[in-house]
Design a protein around this ligand. Sequence first.
Ligand code: DAH
Length: 349
Amino acid sequence: MTDAAEPLAPWGDLVADAIARVAAASDATELRRLDVELLGRGSALVAARAALASLSAPERREAGRALNQARADVEEALAVRRRELEAQERAARLEAERMDLTEVRPTRRRGHLHLVTQARDRLEDVFVGMGYQVAEGPEAETDWYNFEALNFPAGHPARNMYDTLYLELGPPESTLLRTHTSPVQIRVMEATTPPIYAVMPGRCYRQDTADASHLPNFHQIEGLVVDRRISFADLAGTLDAFTEAYFGTGIRSRLRPSYFPFTEPSAEFDITCVFCRGDGCRSCGRTGWLELGGCGMVHPNVFRAVGYDPDVWTGFAFGFGIDRMIAQRHGIDDLRELVTNDVRFLRQF
Ligand code: DAH
């Protein structure tokens, strides 16, 4: 075979060999190297093209066509392999960058609402079931809502029952952290016209050192009914219906005379001891009853403070501590457990 004949050489083997090497290239770098070797200036194909000049015109046409085809075949093989390698690289990169979103495994314990939130939700459910609405008010209050409108005039001795935390805002002792949820009664009455059947849960604050039976930040739920011809019997019946619905059959309520400036008459309400069911035990001091909260008939001065005519409207109110009720219900002997958030404690409920 002469040099001049080389362009006419059967390119089949060379092309087949080139295509096989291209297909076996393992990465982009190797592919670039093959591109230069097979199609670049020093390649057999380029050398063959240069040699075409020495051929006769018909030979040159035929050899040129064969060379073009060979070049096109190698280029095609390179392009195919390039696309394959790119796809592989992209797949590898995606795999490497894939985020593990499986942290919450079905075998792990799921979280749940805090015990106080669960209790508050259930209390709301029971009252909503009795036709009540749920209302809320601010935790930072004015003296007027927390005391004055609730018939505690300035200097009233009952103010001492509330270890009030005052805020440095406005005139001295004019703004405070609410000491009970009763101010929300005033806000609800101001915002609506009777009849009113509402419960008002929320956080309250008192200047207390936390101990087994006190929290400086605790929860209450307030109830308010305002309608025509509401009697003390309605109050007693409502509390009894609530007690049974919330605590279960066999748990009843009773009222004892007491004093609150915003109700007259006022009472404390007790429920059957949930531990001994009335027989008398250590938890209830052998009385068979547990103290739950306060209640009474809305005082005429409270109606006057919100512009309701006390000759037309009658009503009752009640309020009790949610945290203490939870403690009684679950036999928790230290209220601080509710705020220290030890999951070993919390996950029991
Ligand atoms: N606000 C009272 C307290 O925190 C509880 C209370 C007593 C609320 C009697 C009432 C009520 O609505 O009628 O000690």
